[in-house]
Design a protein around this ligand. Structure first.
Ligand code: MOS
Length: 752
C-alpha cells in the first residue's frame, strides 16, 4: 500500500456505482485487515524516538531539570529544554491566522497548564526516550492555580469561536421580557471534554536539506503546510504532509500543537528522522479540548406560547495565554423566531491548555442548554415540547430575515415524532412506567448545524484505458469521505466507481481544503465534480471537432457522459467511448482541473443550515436512579445524500456523542493541583455498545439549490446538537427532576 493511497478496485457493482448508493467504505478492508498504515506506522531508516516530558504542576516555573541524568542514560541522544531549544522562524506566542493558536515549544520556563511539554528527550529507542524523560526529575516553583468558576479570571471578549462576534443583538430583549406572560430563567453548566481520538497525535519527521516530509494525521493539509513553513522558515512547498488515514480527529487534528513542532525541530537539529507519538495522558493538555461553559438562559413567551424574548449568556473557559471560547450562546441565534434575541459571551481564564474546536464547537454545549431551556419554557406554557417548537421555529433566519437556502425542519419534526411514537406523551412528568417499574421519560430537541464551504481544488485525469484518476488533498478521518468523494467524481465522469481511483491524503495534490466544519464532502466534492466536468468537456471538444467521430459537430454542450461513453444529447444512439476518443486523438490522457468556492452573493442572500429533530426515551431506576437511554430517533435533513450508509453512520456517531455528553463525559480537574484526574480512557467515560440500546436516523429528503451546485450539506456535527437536550428533557419527563449540569449523574437524581 503506497502512502498516496491508491485504492484497489472494490466489488461495488451490485449496489450500482455512483452518488446516492449506500456503499461501504472503500478503505474498509484495508482497515479491518490492518493494512492501512497510520502516521506512527512509518519507520524511516536511522529514526530516533522523541518523548515529551510534561509538567505535573499547572502554574509556575520549572526551576531545575536533571538533564545530565537523562543524557547519561544509554540510548538518549539529546535533551531539548528552553536552554538549548533551537530557534524557530515564527514566534510561538504570536497567533498565526486564520486558525492560529499559541503553542508551547519550550520558549521559556513558564508552566501554563498541567501536561504542558517542558522538555523533549530524543533517543535511539522509545524505551530510552521514555526513561530519559523520567530521569529529568523537574523541580518547580508553584503558583496558586485557577481551576474553575470561583477562582478563574473573567474577561470581556470581542470574538468567540473562530472570529464570530461575542455579542449579537436582534431587537430589544428587555421589552420582550416585559411583554412576556411566562418567563423562565435558569443556569446550565457543561464540562471540559477531550477529543480522545483513537489514534493519538503523532508525527514522523524527516528532513532533506530545507525540505521536510511529515507523516502525521492532519485535517487541514494545505493550511498546516503553510503554518509549518512559517515556523521553520522554509517555503510552503518544501513541506510535504502525508496523512493517508486518521484514526479520528474531531477538530483536534486541524490545528498545530507544540509536541509535533518540537519533534520536527529535533529532527532538523539532529539531522535524523524523528518519531513522536503522544501517550493517551499527554493528549489531555497541548492538543485542545472542548472548554467548560456556564450558561444562563432567559426565555419569554406570550399566553399562546410564542416567544417574545430569548437571552443566552455564556461564560466560556480558555487558557491563561490564548483564547478559544466555545461560541455556545450563538446557538440561540439561528433557530427560534423570537422578535428579540440577545447572545453574549464572556471569557474565563483558567490554568488549562487552550481549548479548541471539537465536533460542533459552540453548537454542542449551546444547544444542550437552549433545548433544555426551551423544554422548561414549554412546561411553563403548559405546552407539549414538540408543539412549542412548532409554534416557534423560524421560517426565516431570525434577526437577518434571510431565507434559509432550504429547510425541512418541519418534516424532521413530523417524521421523527411519527417514527418515535411521540403522540400521546403525557404532559406531566413521572407519568410512565415500564413493566419492570422503571420510570420512563420522553424528550426531544432540535438539531442544527451551519453549512460552511471551504475553497478546494481537484484534478481529474481520464486515461486511455477508460479509467480515471481523481486527486484532491483532503483527509478522511474515518467518516468515509474518500468513498463519498469518489462517488461524486464517478458521477461527474460518467464512470462506474470501480473505474475511478482516488488519490488523497497528501499535501502535494490539489488543495482539498479542510476536513472540518462538516464541510468536507461538499467542498472537496464540488471541486472533484467540477474537475470531472472539465475533463469531460475537454474530451467532448476532442470528439465534436473530429470529423471521424460520430459526435462531430455536436458541440460541447451537446453531449452526455454515461458509462464511459459520450452520447449526443439530441440523439442518444450516436455515441463514442472515452477509449476510442483518446485513441484516435493519440492521447494517453486528458486532464481536467477545477477550483470550487461558494459565491459571496449566494452566501449573503441565504442562511444555510442542516436541520434535524431528535427524540429520546430514557428509563430511570426509581431506587438506584441509574439512567439508560433506551431509544433515540433522529430525523435529519441535509440536502442531497451522496451515501446514505455513511451519512447514517455520521448521524449515529453524533447521537452517540450526545449520549456521552448528556450522561457520561467529563474531564475532572483536581482543584488543588490543576491536574486532570481522569486523563485516560478507563476513567474518562464514553459510551460503549451496552450504553446504546436503540438508534435510528431518518434521512429526510431535501433539495437545496443554493448551498452548492451539488446540493450537499454537512452531516458530521449535527447529530450531537439535538441529542443532548433530548436526553436531558427525557430525564426530566421520567423523574420530574430538572438537571441543568452535564453530565447528568445518578447523584443529581438521588439528592432530591
Ligand atoms: Mo471539526 S470541530 O470542524 O473538525
Amino acid at each position: 500500500m503506497s502512502l498516496e493511497t491508491a485504492f484497489p478496485p472494490t466489488p461495488h457493482r451490485r449496489h450500482g456505482s455512483n452518488a446516492g448508493q449506500p456503499l461501504t467504505r472503500r478503505d474498509g478492508v484495508l482497515k479491518v485487515t490492518g493494512r492501512a498504515t497510520y502516521a506512527a506506522d512509518n519507520h524511516p531508516e536511522n529514526m530516533l524516538y522523541a518523548v515529551t516530558a510534561v509538567s505535573r504542576i499547572a502554574r509556575g516555573r520549572v526551576m531545575t531539570l536533571d538533564v545530565d541524568a537523562a543524557l547519561a542514560h544509554p540510548g538518549v541522544v539529546e535533551v531539548f529544554t528552553p536552554a538549548n531549544r533551537p530557534p524557530l522562524a515564527h514566534d510561538p506566542d504570536e497567533k498565526m491566522p486564520p486558525f492560529g493558536f499559541r503553542v508551547e515549544v519550550l520558549q521559556d520556563d513558564r508552566v501554563r497548564y498541567a501536561g504542558q511539554p517542558i522538555a523533549l528527550v530524543v533517543a535511539e529507542t522509545l524505551e530510552a526516550a521514555t526513561e530519559g524523560a523520567a530521569l529529568l526529575d523537574p523541580r518547580y516553583e508553584i503558583e496558586s492555580v485557577r481551576t474553575g468558576l470561583r477562582n478563574g479570571d473573567r474577561f470581556e471578549l470581542e470574538a468567540v469561536g473562530v472570529g464570530s462576534p461575542a455579542r449579537t443583538a436582534y431587537g430589544d430583549v428587555e421589552s420582550g421580557f416585559e411583554a412576556a406572560f411566562h418567563v423562565i430563567e435558569a443556569d446550565y453548566a457543561t464540562p471540559a471534554q477531550y477529543h480522545n481520538a483513537m489514534e493519538p497525535h503523532a508525527v514522523v519527521a524527516e528532513w532533506d536539506g530545507d525540505r521536510v516530509t511529515l507523516d502525521m494525521p492532519n485535517q487541514a493539509l494545505a493550511l498546516s503546510c503553510a503554518s509549518y513553513a512559517a515556523f521553520f522558515g522554509i517555503p510552503a512547498e518544501n513541506v510535504l504532509i502525508r496523512s493517508p488515514f486518521l484514526g479520528g480527529g474531531f477538530g483536534s487534528k486541524a490545528i498545530l500543537n507544540g509536541p509535533q513542532i518540537l519533534a520536527i525541530l529535533a529532527a532538523r537539529a539532529l539531522d535524523r528522522p524523528v518519531k513522536l507519538v503522544l501517550t493517551r495522558a499527554q493528549m489531555y493538555g497541548p492538543v485542545g479540548h472542548r472548554g467548560q461553559t456556564w450558561q444562563k438562559l432567559r426565555i419569554g413567551a406570550d399566553r399562546d406560547g410564542r416567544l417574545t424574548a430569548l437571552h443566552h449568556q455564556a461564560l466560556c473557559a480558555t487558557s491563561s495565554f490564548d483564547e478559544f471560547m466555545e461560541p455556545a450562546a450563538s446557538a440561540s441565534l439561528p433557530l427560534y423566531a423570537s422578535p428579540a434575541i440577545l447572545s453574549e459571551h464572556e471569557g474565563l481564564r483558567l490554568d488549562i491548555g487552550t481549548p479548541g474546536p471539537m465536533r460542533a464547537p459552540g453548537e454542542a454545549p449551546g444547544s444542550a442548554a437552549l433545548e433544555v431551556a426551551m423544554d422548561e419554557a414549554a412546561v411553563a406554557c403548559g405546552m407539549d415540547p414538540l408543539a412549542f417548537r412548532l409554534a416557534n421555529y423560524a421560517e426565516t433566519e431570525p434577526g437577518t430575515g434571510r431565507p434559509f437556502s432550504s429547510k425541512a425542519l418541519r418534516e424532521c419534526y413530523a417524521e421523527g415524532a411519527r417514527r418515535f411514537g411521540w403522540a400521546g406523551r403525557p404532559l406531566e412528568p413521572r407519568g410512565m412506567r415500564d413493566e419492570n417499574g422503571f420510570l420512563v421519560g420522553w424528550g426531544m430537541g432540535t438539531a442544527l448545524f451551519h453549512c460552511p464551504h471551504f475553497p478546494a481544488e481537484a484534478r481529474a485525469t481520464l486515461r486511455a484505458d477508460g479509467t480515471a484518476l481523481v486527486e484532491t488533498s483532503g483527509a478522511d478521518m474515518g467518516q468515509g469521505a474518500w468513498t463519498a468523494l469518489a462517488q461524486i467524481a464517478a458521477e461527474a465522469l460518467g464512470l462506474d466507481l470501480d473505474q475511478v481511483e482516488l488519490h488523497s491524503g497528501i499535501s502535494n495534490l490539489p488543495d482539498g481544503g479542510i476536513a472540518g466544519g462538516s464541510s468536507h464532502t461538499a467542498s472537496a466534492g464540488l471541486a472533484l465534480h467540477n474537475a470531472g466536468e472539465d475533463a469531460i468537456a475537454r474530451l467532448a471538444a476532442l470528439a465534436t471537432t473530429d470529423p471521424a467521430s460520430p459526435l462531430f459537430g455536436a458541440g460541447n454542450i451537446g453531449v452526455v457522459a454515461r458509462s464511459g461513453r459520450l452520447h449526443r444529447r439530441d440523439d442518444d444512439g450516436r455515441s463514442e467511448s472515452y477509449v476510442d476518443i483518446l485513441a484516435r486523438a493519440d492521447l494517453s490522457e486528458v486532464v481536467g482541473t477545477a477550483k470550487a468556492a461558494r459565491p459571496a452573493d449566494v452566501e449573503e442572500a441565504h442562511a444555510m443550515y442542516s436541520h434535524g429533530a431528535v427524540f429520546a426515551e430514557v428509563k430511570v431506576d426509581p431506587d438506584l436512579c441509574q439512567i439508560r437511554v433506551t431509544r433515540l430517533v433522529g430525523a435529519f435533513a441535509a440536502g442531497r445524500i451522496i451515501n446514505p450508509r455513511l451519512v447514517r453512520s455520521q448521524y449515529f456517531g453524533g447521537m452517540i456523542w450526545g449520549i456521552s455528553f448528556a450522561l457520561q463525559e467529563e474531564a475532572i480537574t483536581d482543584r488543588r493541583t490543576g491536574r486532570i484526574m481522569n486523563a485516560n480512557l478507563a476513567e474518562y467515560h464514553v459510551p460503549v455498545n451496552a450504553d446504546v440500546l436503540s438508534l435510528e436516523a431518518i434521512l429526510v429528503p431535501e433539495e437545496d439549490a443554493y448551498v452548492n451546485p451539488l446540493g450537499v450539506k454537512g452531516v458530521g456535527e449535527i447529530g450531537v446538537t439535538g441529542t443532548v437536550g433530548a436526553i436531558a428533557n427525557a430525564v426530566w419527563h421520567a423523574t420530574g427532576i430538572r438537571v441543568r449540569r452535564f453530565p447528568i449523574r445518578i447523584e443529581d437524581l438521588l439528592a432530591r
